[in-house]
Design a protein around this ligand. Structure first.
Ligand code: ADP
Length: 410
């Protein structure tokens, strides 16, 4: 065992619990009427003034060949009579017990063998506890080492993540500029600014514009994500009327949903409080969810954006009906429900992953980048809220966002 304390010399304290020896000596004295003490190695005892013939007997207390102390019996008055407490003295110090030397010797041996047994069992307990301590220390050392390794890995991962975000941010930025100009030229071609195009050319230019737009929105999403990583802590908080925000987002998208022949409504519940949050981030969340609902709902379908307040459950209210929780503990919920294609149960947990699309094939029917929901998740989490989905394949989906009324109150 590499515990250095195990290499140290044993002491009586290691083997017998504190007070244990005193108790043994006291019961011995009560039994035989003569003082008994165990003096630990290296300690001395004060000698009282004694009558001339008073005597002591001593024996070594040792364990495993090592002297741990001295067993002292006495003082007593050697006499030819049997052991006597001699309690008939007058005034002055109590008389010493009288006993024959061989009797004193026998008592000493007897006590020494009792001590042997006590020390033996004490040693076993001592070893067991030392082993336990040393194995806990070993465990603790291992945990500390693992913890350090984990912290280092976490730091490395964070650094890599930061580098990745920087890289993505820079690359996306550099790609966006030439792409915008490609799109600009395609537009000019389509409008005939460089001369009239034949049908096939119009079709080709149309494809350039369509694919270019897709690439641009992908780049913008990647930029959004990398900006989010870099600016996670930079939340611009103000009082936000969530109902008005949702109405604004639905109105702004009107051209899109009317073209698709959809019915989109906003329902604002009673008593929805204003929320202290980042207006732009929340707008982006609602707008991404609405874009998806519109995109994945066939013509004639409906989309509803419902805003409500979630109060604490009844068990958290006092008997007189007053909420024990402050309004700050309330949540505002935005539910975007559609009657669209729905998401199978097994795919639902993955839709918030970056670049995940239920239909990931090259022939998929719906456009998109697979980044919208991962941006929603990160944004809403940066505001202290959460997002979830419930959906039935072929029937529709509901995305729910819960937001604390006060930042950090959840
Ligand atoms: P995308 O750009 O593809 O819309 P998102 O991250 O926004 O990327 O969504 C990921 C995937 O989740 C989508 O490709 C789609 O398969 C599924 N999804 C998201 N919203 C809906 C919805 N309202 N109805 C059905 N499927 C949805």
């Amino acid at each position: 065992m590499d515990d250095p304390s195990l290499g140290q010399k044993l002491t009586l304290d290691d083997l017998v619990p504190e007070g244990g020896l005193v108790e043994i000596c006291r019961s011995f004295r009560d039994l035989f009427g003569v003082e008994v003490r165990v003096v630990p190695r290296g300690q001395t005892i004060e000698q009282p003034r004694l009558p001339p013939r008073a005597a002591y007997r001593t024996a070594e207390v040792s364990y495993d060949g090592e002297v741990l102390g001295t067993l002292v019996l006495g003082p007593y008055m050697p006499s030819d009579s049997v052991v006597s407490l001699s309690l008939t003295g007058d005034a002055g110090p109590p008389p010493l017990p009288r006993m024959k030397d061989p009797t004193a010797e026998r008592l000493l041996r007897h006590l020494a063998s009792v001590l042997d047994v006590v020390l033996w069992s004490g040693h076993r307990a001592f070893l067991a506890s030392r082993m336990q301590i040393s194995s806990s220390q070993e465990l603790h050392r291992e945990l500390v080492a693992k913890n350090r390794a984990l912290t280092e890995s976490l730091e490395r991962v964070k650094e890599l993540d930061r580098l990745k975000s920087n890289f993505l941010g820079t690359v996306s930025h550099e790609l966006r500029t030439p792409l915008t100009s490609i799109l600009g030229y395609a537009e000019m071609l389509a409008e005939g600014l460089a001369g009239a195009l034949n049908e096939e050319q119009i079709e080709f230019v149309g494809t350039i514009r369509e694919k270019g737009q897709h690439l641009l929105s992908l780049i913008s999403s990647v930029l959004d994500l990398s900006k989010l990583d870099a600016e996670a802590a930079l939340v611009d908080v103000s009082e936000v009327d969530v109902g008005a925000l949702c109405e604004g987002v639905v109105t702004a998208a009107m051209a899109g949903w009317q073209k698709r022949g959809l019915d989109v409504k906003v329902a604002i519940g009673q008593g929805v409080p204003k929320v202290r949050t980042d207006l732009e981030r929340l707008r982006k969340v609602v707008s991404n969810l609405l874009d998806n609902a519109i995109k994945f709902t066939p013509t004639g379908g409906t989309v509803q954006v419902a805003v409500g307040v979630k109060t604490p459950p009844p068990e958290m209210q006092s008997p007189v009906g007053l909420a024990l929780l402050a309004p700050a503990d309330q949540l505002v919920e935005i539910a975007v429900a559609d009657t669209g294609i729905g998401i199978a149960q097994e795919n639902q947990p993955r839709v918030f992953d970056a670049f995940y699309q239920v239909d990931g094939s090259s022939t998929r029917q719906y456009g998109g980048t697979g980044l919208g929901l991962s941006i929603v998740k990160r944004l809403i989490e940066s505001l202290g809220g959460r997002v979830s989905v419930s959906s039935t394949l072929g029937t529709g989906s509901t995305f729910r966002v819960e937001l604390p009324v006060e930042p950090g109150s959840e």
